[in-house]
Design a protein around this ligand. Structure first.
Ligand code: SF4
Length: 372
């Protein structure tokens, strides 16, 4: 990774404008595209720039790893939480247009081959930021906008928001000094919108570090309430358990590929791998039961009929012995867990069903390493 010393920031000279839309904006109100995650920081950054009379529109990228709006909508105990799209809600609060862009396919390369590596889990934050700012830059050029704003705060994230890595994002995205971070701009070299006087640098901020207090105070000043405070971040890739399941999937397949359904299923259910060639996905509540039900035709699946219990999918290949083991585990997570025997229905991918009577697996017979 290239590291730039604090005393000599990298040259971020802006390349000449080649876009006819941009050339036509001279004298017209300046336009900024704001990366809107749905969190407080990007909301505040957009508001600061709106306050300077700039036309702002938001852009939100759907990678498939987003936390909000999925588990919250599926899981029973999460139902009290508002099921809103936080990016849309943010845009509504700000009174700006939001463009939600599906980047699921393109984003795969970021997750599979991050040039700058992963963070504490399988989060490729530096590559991810570079990717998102690059997509925003392309959007900006296509739509005749002048610069990009993000809610990044210097020193807030260990990987992508350090003084030495923030210029990497500006450079590798091709945004160069058209990338403005209003919440910490005064701690960074001047950008084009500041130099050109499109925005007043003195009205930008110098937030620094991991404390959320300055953001919360500013939110209060603006009267922003009920903003998203997602526990564990905005993205599943920063989640240790999720990353462990993703790594397990790659290791057992022998390849770092994934499809959209794979990464959705990793968000749902209890995952156990009792054998290298199969794992069991067991629903934890009614919501997950319904969700997994949508996948039952693609997997051998089991559910108890003698007692109430979860739906479980077998991911991998399983012989009769494996299916019996899966049935004993599935019975363990249903209301028949203390019963001597539980009857389950096992259905293969062709839709053929049969009954199986098994003794539920005692909890202390399940090795902890089976839980992913
Ligand atoms: S937390 Fe997720 S979405 Fe955010 S920068 Fe890191 S990888 Fe990207």
């Amino acid at each position: 990774m290239t590291v730039f010393p604090m005393s000599s920031p990298p040259p971020l000279a802006v390349p000449p404008i080649v876009n006819p839309h941009q050339a036509a904006t001279v004298g017209a109100p300046r336009k900024a595209v704001a990366l809107i995650s749905g969190g407080l920081d990007s909301m505040l950054a957009a508001r600061l720039i709106l306050d300077q009379g700039i036309h702002v529109e938001g852009i939100n990228f759907y990678t498939g790893f987003c936390v909000e709006g999925h588990t919250h909508a599926i899981r029973h105990h999460e139902r009290a939480k508002p099921k809103r799209n936080n990016a849309l809600w943010t845009a509504e609060q700000l009174g700006i247009k939001l463009h939600i862009i599906d980047v699921i396919e393109e984003y795969k390369d970021v997750v599979i081959n991050p040039k700058h590596g992963y963070g504490a889990n399988l989060n490729p934050c530096l590559d991810c930021k570079g990717f998102m700012v690059r997509k925003a830059r392309e959007w900006m050029e296509q739509h005749g906008f002048d610069f990009i704003i993000t809610g990044e705060v210097l020193g807030q994230r260990p990987m992508s928001q350090r003084r030495d890595t923030m210029p990497v994002v500006a450079r590798e995205s091709g945004a160069f000094d058209r990338l403005l971070r209003p919440l910490c701009a005064r701690l960074l070299p001047e950008t084009l919108p500041e130099r050109e006087g499109w925005v007043d640098r003195h009205k930008l901020l110098e937030f620094n570090g991991r404390s959320r207090k300055p953001q919360m105070a500013l939110a209060e000043k603006y009267g922003f309430q009920e903003y998203a405070q997602p526990a564990g971040g905005c993205c599943f890739l920063t989640n240790q358990q999720y990353s462990h399941k993703l790594a397990d999937m790659w290791a057992t397949r022998g390849s770092k590929q994934y499809e959209f359904d794979d990464i959705m299923l990793l968000k749902v259910g209890r995952h156990l791998r009792p054998r290298p060639h199969f794992k069991l996905i067991v629903a934890r509540d009614d919501g997950e039961n319904n969700f997994l039900d949508g996948y039952r035709k693609r997997f051998i699946h089991l559910h108890a009929t003698s007692h109430e219990g979860p739906l479980a999918l077998i991911d991998g290949t399983a012989n009769d012995e494996d299916i019996e083991l899966a049935a004993r585990l599935t019975a363990r997570f249903g209301k028949g867990r203390e019963a001597e025997t539980v009857i389950l229905t096992v259905t293969d991918t062709a839709g053929n069903s049969r009954e199986l009577k098994v003794a539920p697996m005692p909890a202390n017979n399940i090795p902890p390493e089976w839980y992913l």
